[in-house]
Design a binder for this molecule. Structure first.
Ligand code: PMP
Length: 292
Protein backbone atom coordinates (compact mmCIF):
# COMPACT_ATOMS: atom_id res chain seq x y z
CA UNK A 1 0.00 0.00 0.00
CA UNK A 2 1.36 3.41 -0.98
CA UNK A 3 2.05 5.72 1.91
CA UNK A 4 -0.20 8.78 2.07
CA UNK A 5 1.10 12.01 3.52
CA UNK A 6 -1.10 14.82 4.77
CA UNK A 7 0.02 18.04 3.10
CA UNK A 8 -1.97 21.23 3.50
CA UNK A 9 -5.38 19.65 3.62
CA UNK A 10 -4.82 16.79 1.20
CA UNK A 11 -3.59 13.24 1.40
CA UNK A 12 -0.95 12.80 -1.27
CA UNK A 13 1.31 9.93 -2.20
CA UNK A 14 4.72 10.01 -0.62
CA UNK A 15 6.61 10.87 -3.80
CA UNK A 16 4.17 13.71 -4.52
CA UNK A 17 4.49 15.20 -1.02
CA UNK A 18 6.83 18.12 -1.71
CA UNK A 19 7.42 21.59 -0.34
CA UNK A 20 9.12 24.55 -1.99
CA UNK A 21 12.90 25.05 -1.80
CA UNK A 22 11.93 28.59 -0.70
CA UNK A 23 10.11 27.23 2.35
CA UNK A 24 11.65 28.85 5.42
CA UNK A 25 11.39 25.52 7.20
CA UNK A 26 14.04 24.29 4.76
CA UNK A 27 16.00 27.53 4.39
CA UNK A 28 16.18 28.37 8.10
CA UNK A 29 14.68 25.59 10.19
CA UNK A 30 11.83 28.00 10.72
CA UNK A 31 8.92 25.90 11.91
CA UNK A 32 7.78 23.56 14.68
CA UNK A 33 7.11 19.85 14.99
CA UNK A 34 5.87 16.96 17.10
CA UNK A 35 6.64 13.25 17.33
CA UNK A 36 3.59 11.25 18.44
CA UNK A 37 2.88 7.53 18.97
CA UNK A 38 -0.12 5.39 18.17
CA UNK A 39 -0.69 2.24 20.20
CA UNK A 40 -3.32 -0.36 19.56
CA UNK A 41 -5.38 1.85 17.23
CA UNK A 42 -5.27 4.92 19.49
CA UNK A 43 -3.13 8.05 19.40
CA UNK A 44 -1.43 8.49 22.76
CA UNK A 45 -1.72 11.90 24.45
CA UNK A 46 -2.65 13.57 21.15
CA UNK A 47 -4.17 16.61 22.82
CA UNK A 48 -1.01 17.26 24.82
CA UNK A 49 1.12 17.02 21.66
CA UNK A 50 -1.15 19.44 19.80
CA UNK A 51 -1.05 21.84 22.76
CA UNK A 52 2.75 21.74 22.79
CA UNK A 53 2.84 22.29 19.00
CA UNK A 54 0.60 25.32 19.45
CA UNK A 55 2.79 26.63 22.29
CA UNK A 56 5.92 26.22 20.16
CA UNK A 57 4.21 27.97 17.23
CA UNK A 58 3.10 30.87 19.43
CA UNK A 59 6.64 31.27 20.74
CA UNK A 60 7.92 31.83 17.20
CA UNK A 61 4.86 33.88 16.14
CA UNK A 62 3.76 31.25 13.65
CA UNK A 63 0.04 31.03 13.12
CA UNK A 64 -1.13 27.49 12.50
CA UNK A 65 -3.90 27.62 9.87
CA UNK A 66 -5.91 24.84 11.58
CA UNK A 67 -7.69 24.76 14.93
CA UNK A 68 -6.76 22.18 17.60
CA UNK A 69 -9.81 20.10 16.65
CA UNK A 70 -8.88 20.23 12.96
CA UNK A 71 -5.30 19.16 13.76
CA UNK A 72 -6.64 16.22 15.77
CA UNK A 73 -8.99 15.27 12.93
CA UNK A 74 -6.18 15.55 10.33
CA UNK A 75 -3.91 13.34 12.46
CA UNK A 76 -6.55 10.65 12.91
CA UNK A 77 -7.44 10.81 9.21
CA UNK A 78 -3.78 10.37 8.20
CA UNK A 79 -3.43 7.36 10.50
CA UNK A 80 -6.61 5.83 9.11
CA UNK A 81 -5.50 6.39 5.49
CA UNK A 82 -2.27 4.52 6.25
CA UNK A 83 -3.95 1.79 8.32
CA UNK A 84 -1.77 2.66 11.29
CA UNK A 85 -2.53 0.85 14.54
CA UNK A 86 0.88 0.92 16.19
CA UNK A 87 2.96 3.64 14.68
CA UNK A 88 4.83 6.88 14.85
CA UNK A 89 3.38 10.18 13.67
CA UNK A 90 5.42 13.21 12.68
CA UNK A 91 3.56 16.49 12.47
CA UNK A 92 5.23 19.67 11.31
CA UNK A 93 4.28 23.19 10.55
CA UNK A 94 6.74 25.17 8.47
CA UNK A 95 6.74 28.95 8.05
CA UNK A 96 5.94 28.34 4.38
CA UNK A 97 7.29 29.69 1.12
CA UNK A 98 9.03 33.05 1.32
CA UNK A 99 12.06 34.65 -0.27
CA UNK A 100 15.75 34.32 0.55
CA UNK A 101 15.59 36.91 3.30
CA UNK A 102 14.84 36.11 6.94
CA UNK A 103 11.64 38.16 7.17
CA UNK A 104 8.90 35.71 8.20
CA UNK A 105 6.23 38.17 7.04
CA UNK A 106 7.15 37.15 3.48
CA UNK A 107 5.77 33.68 4.19
CA UNK A 108 2.04 34.01 3.74
CA UNK A 109 1.02 30.37 3.98
CA UNK A 110 2.46 28.06 6.60
CA UNK A 111 2.53 24.41 5.50
CA UNK A 112 1.24 21.52 7.59
CA UNK A 113 2.66 18.06 7.05
CA UNK A 114 1.60 14.87 8.83
CA UNK A 115 3.44 11.61 8.27
CA UNK A 116 2.08 8.47 9.89
CA UNK A 117 4.18 5.37 9.57
CA UNK A 118 4.76 2.05 11.19
CA UNK A 119 7.51 2.65 13.67
CA UNK A 120 10.78 0.84 14.07
CA UNK A 121 10.57 0.20 17.77
CA UNK A 122 13.63 0.23 19.93
CA UNK A 123 14.68 -3.42 20.16
CA UNK A 124 13.04 -5.07 23.17
CA UNK A 125 16.40 -6.34 24.42
CA UNK A 126 17.44 -2.73 25.05
CA UNK A 127 14.91 -2.63 27.89
CA UNK A 128 16.54 -5.76 29.35
CA UNK A 129 20.17 -4.69 28.95
CA UNK A 130 19.92 -0.90 29.27
CA UNK A 131 21.82 1.82 27.42
CA UNK A 132 25.32 3.17 27.89
CA UNK A 133 25.53 6.98 27.59
CA UNK A 134 28.23 9.61 27.39
CA UNK A 135 28.18 13.25 28.41
CA UNK A 136 28.66 15.23 25.22
CA UNK A 137 30.69 18.44 25.02
CA UNK A 138 28.02 20.28 23.01
CA UNK A 139 26.02 22.30 25.53
CA UNK A 140 22.22 22.46 25.26
CA UNK A 141 21.00 25.71 23.72
CA UNK A 142 20.71 28.46 26.29
CA UNK A 143 17.05 29.38 26.87
CA UNK A 144 18.17 32.98 26.37
CA UNK A 145 19.22 32.14 22.79
CA UNK A 146 16.79 29.48 21.60
CA UNK A 147 14.57 28.01 24.30
CA UNK A 148 14.74 24.19 24.15
CA UNK A 149 11.10 24.30 25.25
CA UNK A 150 10.29 25.34 21.68
CA UNK A 151 10.20 22.16 19.60
CA UNK A 152 11.44 23.91 16.49
CA UNK A 153 12.61 22.48 13.18
CA UNK A 154 16.06 23.80 14.06
CA UNK A 155 17.54 20.73 15.73
CA UNK A 156 21.21 21.36 14.90
CA UNK A 157 22.11 21.68 18.59
CA UNK A 158 20.82 18.13 19.10
CA UNK A 159 22.35 16.85 15.87
CA UNK A 160 25.80 18.12 16.86
CA UNK A 161 25.41 16.26 20.15
CA UNK A 162 24.15 13.16 18.32
CA UNK A 163 27.26 13.19 16.12
CA UNK A 164 29.37 13.02 19.28
CA UNK A 165 27.32 10.01 20.39
CA UNK A 166 27.79 8.28 17.05
CA UNK A 167 31.55 8.88 17.18
CA UNK A 168 31.60 7.39 20.69
CA UNK A 169 29.46 4.44 19.53
CA UNK A 170 26.55 5.10 21.89
CA UNK A 171 22.89 5.81 21.08
CA UNK A 172 22.27 8.78 23.36
CA UNK A 173 24.23 11.44 25.19
CA UNK A 174 23.67 13.74 28.15
CA UNK A 175 23.74 17.45 27.33
CA UNK A 176 24.67 19.96 30.02
CA UNK A 177 23.33 23.48 30.44
CA UNK A 178 25.66 26.40 29.89
CA UNK A 179 26.21 26.34 33.66
CA UNK A 180 27.44 22.75 33.39
CA UNK A 181 24.44 21.01 34.97
CA UNK A 182 22.46 18.10 33.51
CA UNK A 183 19.68 19.21 31.15
CA UNK A 184 18.47 16.38 28.91
CA UNK A 185 19.61 14.10 26.09
CA UNK A 186 19.60 14.71 22.34
CA UNK A 187 16.04 13.40 21.95
CA UNK A 188 14.99 12.27 25.43
CA UNK A 189 14.50 13.62 28.95
CA UNK A 190 16.51 12.19 31.83
CA UNK A 191 15.58 10.94 35.32
CA UNK A 192 17.69 9.55 38.13
CA UNK A 193 16.48 7.42 41.01
CA UNK A 194 17.96 8.38 44.38
CA UNK A 195 16.79 6.21 47.26
CA UNK A 196 13.02 6.09 47.00
CA UNK A 197 12.58 9.22 44.90
CA UNK A 198 12.96 10.42 41.32
CA UNK A 199 14.94 13.50 40.36
CA UNK A 200 14.74 15.26 37.00
CA UNK A 201 15.85 18.69 35.77
CA UNK A 202 13.12 21.37 35.76
CA UNK A 203 11.70 22.75 32.51
CA UNK A 204 13.13 26.19 33.41
CA UNK A 205 16.61 24.69 33.12
CA UNK A 206 16.15 24.75 29.35
CA UNK A 207 14.77 21.38 28.30
CA UNK A 208 11.87 20.16 26.23
CA UNK A 209 8.77 19.79 28.40
CA UNK A 210 8.47 16.12 27.46
CA UNK A 211 5.05 14.50 27.24
CA UNK A 212 6.50 11.14 28.34
CA UNK A 213 8.29 12.94 31.20
CA UNK A 214 4.93 14.31 32.38
CA UNK A 215 3.27 10.88 32.13
CA UNK A 216 6.09 9.28 34.13
CA UNK A 217 5.77 11.96 36.80
CA UNK A 218 2.03 11.22 37.06
CA UNK A 219 2.68 7.48 37.28
CA UNK A 220 5.38 7.96 39.91
CA UNK A 221 3.04 10.01 42.06
CA UNK A 222 0.40 7.35 41.70
CA UNK A 223 2.95 4.76 42.85
CA UNK A 224 3.84 6.88 45.88
CA UNK A 225 7.28 7.71 44.46
CA UNK A 226 8.40 11.24 45.26
CA UNK A 227 9.47 13.35 42.24
CA UNK A 228 11.82 16.31 42.66
CA UNK A 229 12.51 18.72 39.82
CA UNK A 230 15.93 20.24 40.38
CA UNK A 231 19.22 20.88 38.68
CA UNK A 232 22.09 18.53 39.47
CA UNK A 233 25.65 17.94 38.31
CA UNK A 234 26.70 14.89 36.27
CA UNK A 235 28.32 13.36 39.40
CA UNK A 236 24.80 12.79 40.77
CA UNK A 237 24.09 10.62 37.75
CA UNK A 238 27.28 8.62 38.38
CA UNK A 239 26.24 7.96 41.98
CA UNK A 240 22.49 7.47 41.35
CA UNK A 241 20.81 4.16 42.16
CA UNK A 242 19.15 4.09 38.74
CA UNK A 243 18.89 6.25 35.66
CA UNK A 244 16.44 6.20 32.76
CA UNK A 245 15.44 8.27 29.74
CA UNK A 246 11.94 9.15 28.58
CA UNK A 247 10.67 10.02 25.12
CA UNK A 248 7.85 9.28 22.73
CA UNK A 249 9.98 6.83 20.74
CA UNK A 250 12.02 5.51 23.68
CA UNK A 251 9.18 5.21 26.22
CA UNK A 252 11.34 4.56 29.34
CA UNK A 253 14.81 3.27 28.57
CA UNK A 254 17.07 2.16 31.41
CA UNK A 255 20.60 3.59 31.49
CA UNK A 256 23.29 1.33 32.91
CA UNK A 257 26.50 3.20 32.19
CA UNK A 258 27.49 6.86 31.86
CA UNK A 259 30.96 7.98 30.73
CA UNK A 260 32.22 4.46 31.39
CA UNK A 261 30.89 4.40 34.95
CA UNK A 262 28.41 1.76 35.97
CA UNK A 263 25.11 3.10 37.34
CA UNK A 264 23.71 1.21 40.32
CA UNK A 265 24.43 -2.48 39.86
CA UNK A 266 24.83 -2.06 36.09
CA UNK A 267 21.40 -3.54 35.33
CA UNK A 268 18.04 -1.88 34.68
CA UNK A 269 16.68 -0.90 38.08
CA UNK A 270 13.49 -1.97 39.86
CA UNK A 271 11.86 1.47 39.90
CA UNK A 272 12.60 1.96 36.19
CA UNK A 273 11.05 -1.42 35.40
CA UNK A 274 7.96 -0.72 37.50
CA UNK A 275 7.38 2.63 35.80
CA UNK A 276 7.96 1.13 32.35
CA UNK A 277 5.38 -1.58 33.07
CA UNK A 278 2.88 1.04 34.26
CA UNK A 279 3.61 3.19 31.20
CA UNK A 280 2.96 0.31 28.83
CA UNK A 281 -0.28 -0.57 30.61
CA UNK A 282 -1.44 3.00 30.10
CA UNK A 283 -0.54 3.09 26.39
CA UNK A 284 -2.65 -0.04 25.84
CA UNK A 285 -5.81 1.49 27.18
CA UNK A 286 -5.63 5.24 26.63
CA UNK A 287 -5.71 7.56 23.63
CA UNK A 288 -7.73 9.12 20.84
CA UNK A 289 -9.35 6.30 18.82
CA UNK A 290 -8.35 6.12 15.14
CA UNK A 291 -11.07 3.65 14.18
CA UNK A 292 -14.71 3.69 15.33
N1 PMP B 1 14.01 16.15 24.66
C1 PMP B 1 14.18 16.36 23.35
C2 PMP B 1 15.29 17.26 22.91
C3 PMP B 1 13.34 15.75 22.41
O1 PMP B 1 13.50 15.96 21.11
C4 PMP B 1 12.31 14.89 22.88
C5 PMP B 1 11.34 14.27 21.91
N2 PMP B 1 11.93 13.40 21.02
C6 PMP B 1 12.18 14.66 24.25
C7 PMP B 1 13.04 15.34 25.12
C8 PMP B 1 11.12 13.78 24.80
O2 PMP B 1 9.85 14.38 24.69
P1 PMP B 1 8.52 13.55 24.49
O3 PMP B 1 8.38 12.67 25.67
O4 PMP B 1 7.45 14.58 24.41
O5 PMP B 1 8.67 12.76 23.24
Amino acid sequence: MAQLIYLDGELVERDQAKVSVYDHGLLYGDGVFEGIRAYNGRVFRLEEHIERLERSARAIMLEIPLSSEELIEATVETCRANEVRDGYIRMLVTRGEGDLGLDPRKCANPSIVIIAANIQLYPEELYETGLPLITVSTRRNSPASLDPGIKSLNYLNNILAKIECILADVQEGIMLTNQGLVSECTGDNIFIVMGDGLVTPPVEAGILDGITRAVVMELAEDEGIRVTEKLFPITEVYTADECFLTGTAAELVPVVKVDGRQIGDGKPGRTTRRLLDRFRELTKSEGTPIYD
